[in-house]
Design a binder for this molecule. Structure first.
Ligand SMILES: [Zn+2]
Length: 185
């Protein structure tokens, strides 16, 4: 069994102070005029998520993975940047998905191979054909595994081409606006 991945955030006391991506780098939503977002995805990571979800959409199988990036602070607000996503072998049906036991080792290796300090800022999973929402089980997963204030759940319906971001709120959840941006350099 591989050693568990480093999870830098557990030890971080302070989030770095960095401005969010500038408006001219944002490719979604089109109208960013009233835009402050709690979640920013690089275009590359968004495309990777869609590719993963689309690959199993015809078979109506759910997929899932981690959102990898950082949490930053700017003018008294916090936001997450997703720079990459990782996934592994899955056990999936059309209404459920989890990591296969044999998938953990390659997943940990992939996480350890990332050459920057990262946080797991949330997870994504797909609902092929069912639309975007958080099921009771999704909320339980969120409460159990992704219960930091910055943790997001990104749900994708590749058949209806919907992608929505959620956070826990009280006993339920709320939708959060997110932006997709082009990386520089
Ligand atoms: Zn779900």
């Amino acid at each position: 069994m591989a050693k568990p991945p480093k999870i830098v955030g557990e030890h971080k006391k302070e989030f770095r102070v960095i401005p969010p991506p500038p408006q001219d780098m944002i490719v979604h939503p089109v109208d960013v005029s009233k835009g402050t977002f709690e979640l920013y995805l690089t275009k590359t990571s968004k495309d990777k998520i869609l590719e993963h979800c689309n690959a199993f959409a015809d078979q109506k199988l759910e997929v899932m993975g981690f959102l990898i990036g950082d949490v930053l602070r700017w003018k008294n607000r916090f936001f997450s940047l997703v720079k990459d996503v990782v996934s592994t072998d899955l056990k999936a049906t059309n209404i459920s998905v989890r990591f296969a036991k044999e998938g953990f080792e390659p997943l940990f290796e992939e996480l350890d191979g990332l050459n920057y300090d990262y946080l797991i800022v949330g997870w994504y999973h797909s609902h092929p054909g069912l639309g975007c929402f958080m099921s009771k089980k999704d909320i339980e997963t969120q409460k159990r595994t992704f219960n930091k204030p910055y943790h997001m759940a990104l749900v994708v319906d590749p058949l209806k081409t919907e992608m929505k971001a959620y956070k826990l709120k009280d006993e339920g959840y709320v939708e959060k606006k997110f932006a997709v941006y082009l990386e520089t350099g």
